[in-house]
Design a protein around this ligand. Structure first.
Ligand SMILES: Nc1ncnc2c1ncn2[C@@H]1O[C@H](COP(=O)(O)OP(=O)(O)O)[C@@H](O)[C@H]1O
Ligand SMILES: O=P(O)(O)OC[C@H]1O[C@](O)(COP(=O)(O)O)[C@@H](O)[C@@H]1O
Ligand SMILES: [Mg+2]
Length: 544
């Protein structure tokens, strides 16, 4: 964490766990009731945020420390760089739907722990600011000009998030002016905008894709912030994955450098579930559900012929979560191959040996492979193949499904080997393009509403995300500094191995080396207990 200089003006205060009274008086003139002031000890680390690409020294960490090793990785707030802004009472307190809710406003000291499994003497550890409505807001409804942009690859639920931002702003805060930015980041400066209101977005959650369009590449910070200024935009909602959040961080820094009262907020999107810290990304459950259809088809094809093999490729560039969860859910899969678990084809303990064994035992088998699996094997066997990068700089992969199908066919066509029939199914874009299922729709709604509450309350430079079942505000650098990957020395991968009976392709020595991992990844289903009062009970949580 490095040394955290204490700010002399902020007294050391013990956190109170008492709920914030509903009728707590408004902050007086010149005071902002934004939560940061109640923090025990606040520091600002001057180190580059996480050192990740695209995040400069300006992205200062806002760290608050407290007793017993408590650390709050806080998010920026207008009051950090725009002193004495006026605040207003939250219109939700007069909203008939919400005004009856007991303790509707989030207590200024509420934070959410990153780790919920602790030992008696372990430090309290890292926390994130709890998301939700605050008593005081930094915008009057008529002054808000919001905009929404979607970037990167498609993901089920994008339209739901758009819908719920528009409806949340409109119905909860009375905000009427919301613009859609067309075609991703480059839309800020190269395309026309579209006005959005609850009527226009009413049915869009039933459609796949994004009504705003999306793109890769085209992030030009200066042009984007110029456009934000020219259009009088003061709330920017950016929906996208790791690359998008890096871009959002740069926009936030430039906005702050120019001293603009513009809230920049991200909503994490990735079908691959490769974003760290958060419990899971929206659209993931939909993807796992839809993958079942492809796996079922592969299974039907395989079991209908002698020595049938059904092979399904699923998305997952660097993280094999979809493949792992689709496999665990299906129970028809005999082998799951993911980028995090290197495998080999020939010889003892290799894939070919396992296929032969499985076919002899069962007469057919199903293999699921994530698109990023086996890339090193492919480049070894054909070193000249380099597919280059996409417009965002993401490495483009060769089709591992086609490659491995051919390898398996070649192997079993050798003299003396058993004859096989292999059917290869690539449902990847079909999975990505469908509308989100019900549970993802609820999740999208909470993410969008949390984001709206945060920007209205003057927070900026944050991503809204679910941490241990609670909605939180997470600083951009925590989202972009690393990737969420399947940890193959965790219980979840062991569960998969025991359900498929596939070889681990690992020697005990490899496993010992991998145990040097510092921090466990976020997992959708793990052994963490689920508290009854969770913001989203049951979502992504199971007993394992
Ligand atoms: N390091 C970066 N700095 C600024 N913008 C970035 C960066 N990486 C990606 N972007 C922009 O974010 C958008 C989406 O990125 P991409 O990697 O394609 O998808 P995702 O956000 O889903 O990971 C693109 O418009 C791209 O230009
Ligand atoms: O063909 P495209 O649209 O460039 O995207 C393919 C990639 O997009 C993904 O769905 C992930 O996209 P993001 O990084 O945008 O979330 C990968 O699974 C896949 O490799
Ligand atoms: Mg990405």
């Amino acid at each position: 964490m490095g040394s955290i200089p204490a700010l002399p003006s902020v007294p050391t205060v013990k956190s109170s766990l008492a709920p914030e009274p509903r009728d707590r008086p408004a902050a007086g003139p010149g005071k902002q009731n934004n939560g940061a002031a109640a923090a025990p000890r606040v520091g600002s680390s001057l180190s580059a945020a996480g050192g990740s690409a695209g995040v400069s020294d300006m992205a200062k960490k806002k760290i608050v420390t407290g007793d017993a090793g408590y650390i709050l990785e806080d998010v920026p707030h207008f009051s950090d760089y725009l002193p004495n802004l006026p605040t207003y009472s939250n219109p939700l307190q007069d909203n008939p739907s919400y005004s009856v809710v007991k303790q509707y406003f989030v207590h200024v000291d509420d934070t959410v722990p990153q780790k919920v499994v602790v030992h008696k003497d372990s430090p309290r550890g890292v926390h994130f600011r709890r998301a939700g409505p605050r008593q005081r807001v930094y915008f009057e409804a008529d002054d808000v000009q919001a905009c929404i942009v979607t970037c990167g690859g498609l993901c089920p639920g994008l339209n739901t998030v758009i819908r719920e931002i528009v409806c949340g702003l409109y119905h909860m805060y009375g905000v009427k002016r919301v613009l859609g930015i067309n075609g991703g980041y480059r839309g800020f400066y190269a395309r026309n905008t579209v006005p959005l209101d609850p009527k226009i977005v009413n049915d869009i959650h039933k459609r796949g894709g994004t009504i705003l369009g999306t793109s890769r590449g085209g992030h030009d910070t200066k042009k984007i912030v110029d456009s934000i200024q020219d259009r009088g935009i003061n709330q920017v909602y950016i929906i996208g994955g790791d690359g998008t959040q890096r871009g959002a961080s740069l926009i936030f820094e430039e906005v702050r450098r120019r001293g603009l009262k513009v809230a920049v907020a991200g909503i994490p999107k990735t079908i691959d579930n490769d974003i760290p810290v958060i419990d899971k990304s929206f659209g993931f459950d939909t993807a796992v559900e839809e993958a079942q259809r492809a796996i079922n088809a592969a299974h039907v094809e395989a079991e209908s012929v002698e020595n049938g093999i059904g092979l399904v490729k699923l998305m997952g560039r660097n993280s094999g979560f979809i493949a792992m969860y689709a496999t665990l859910a299906s129970r028809d899969v005999d082998c799951c191959l993911i980028p995090e678990s290197p495998f080999y084809l020939e010889g003892a303990g290799g894939l070919f040996e396992y296929i032969e064994k499985r076919l002899k035992e069962n007469g057919h088998m199903v293999i699921v492979i994530a698109e990023g699996a086996g890339q090193e094997l492919m480049s070894q066997s054909n070193q000249s193949l380099d597919n280059g990068k996409d417009a965002s700089g993401n490495k483009l992969f060769q089709d591992v499904g086609l490659w491995i199908s051919q390898k398996i066919k070649d192997h079993f066509s050798q003299r003396g080997k058993m004859g096989i029939t292999l059917k290869y199914i690539d449902p990847t874009y079909m999975i990505r393009a469908i509308p989100s299922i019900a549970s993802d729709n609820v999740y999208c709604t909470l993410l969008a509403q949390s984001c709206v509450h945060g920007t209205m309350a003057g927070y900026t430079g944050f991503t809204s995300g679910l941490v241990n079942g609670r909605q939180t505000y997470i600083p951009f650098y925590r989202i972009t500094e690393k990737q969420n990957n399947v940890v193959i020395t965790d219980r979840m991968w062991a569960r998969l191995l025991s359900s498929t009976n596939q070889p681990s392709f690992w020697s005990p020595k490899d496993v010992i080396e991998d145990k040097r991992e510092e921090e466990p990844p976020t997992e959708l289903l793990d052994d963490r207990s689920c508290c009854a009062e969770n913001d989203l009970v049951g979502l992504g949580k199971g007993t394992g």
